[in-house]
Design a protein around this ligand. Structure first.
Ligand SMILES: Nc1ncnc2c1ncn2[C@@H]1O[C@H](COP(=O)(O)OP(=O)(O)OP(=O)(O)O)[C@@H](O)[C@H]1O
Ligand SMILES: [Mg+2]
Length: 230
């Protein structure tokens, strides 16, 4: 698959309204200012890249939105509406001594899927997209880092979230595979209006993106807007 710079076009998601607003958000860990006075809006159906070097505050921002870090000051408006959030953690949190399928099955929810078959069909469909259907019975501990990331992503998507928070979900993948992940998120975004907040320090990926980014440096939001201006 060839994807050229500028082909990752975003549709007009602003018509969907605002999903989240970060208002003067600050997080301190002791003396460490991990985030300082962040103001940011995330539109419904947006794919937003949060970027910046290691230690810039990307994970902390995602953790605030997920509600597992309390702001020292400011707030995240929107999460009180009980948005259904799913996450791909930087450390993946797969169960190493279970198979791929056993890990994916952890996302089965009878409130979302009519039955196990419908769930399995969806899982196979997502695995097929990455040509990894033949890995379903493999033990996760035997997979390479890139495959593990794809499994963590698929597991997260199988819970059919409104908002997915992705923390460096493609750091072990080559740029081509990372773009394939982007392509899948775009498709889901079109089908179901999925909103994505994707933390990455991969500049190649960000450069190919034709949408909004938030650029953090030492906990401060240095730039938010279209990726082409960075
Ligand atoms: N639980 C914590 N306790 C103390 N300091 C923390 C904690 N979590 C993060 N920090 C500090 O806050 C700053 C921002 O960390 P964060 O993990 O959000 O950065 P990041 O941009 O995700 O980095 P990376 O690209 O390495 O994942 C760093 O200086 C980090 O050491
Ligand atoms: Mg991080």
């Amino acid at each position: 698959m060839q994807i050229q710079a500028g082909t990752l076009k975003r549709k007009n998601f602003l018509r969907g309204g605002i999903l989240l607003t970060l208002e003067n958000l600050s997080v301190n860990f002791g003396d460490k200012k991990a985030l300082s006075k962040i103001n940011l809006k995330v539109a419904k159906g947006e794919i937003l890249f949060v970027t910046g070097v290691s230690g810039a505050g990307k994970t902390t921002l995602l953790r605030c939105i997920a509600g597992d870090v309390n702001p020292s000051k400011g707030k995240v408006n929107g999460i009180e509406r009980n948005i259904f959030i799913s996450r791909v953690f930087q450390d993946l949190r797969l169960i190493q001594d279970l198979s791929v399928w056993e890990n994916l099955r952890l996302s089965f929810d009878p409130l979302i899927y009519k039955n196990q078959k419908e769930f399995k069909d969806e899982a196979v469909r997502l695995c097929n997209f990455f040509s990894i259907k033949d890995r379903l019975n493999d033990n996760v501990m035997n997979l390479n880092g890139g495959l593990k990331q794809l499994i963590a992503l698929i597991r997260s998507l199988l819970s059919k979230p409104e908002l997915i928070l992705l923390d460096e979900p493609t750091s072990s993948l080559d740029t081509e595979s990372a773009l394939r992940v982007f392509e899948l998120l775009e498709k889901l975004n079109e089908i179901s209006g999925l909103t994505c907040i994707w933390a990455t320090h991969n500049r190649d990926l960000v450069k190919k993106f034709n949408g909004n980014i938030a650029y953090l440096d030492k906990g401060k939001l240095i730039y938010s807007g279209h990726a082409c201006f960075i």
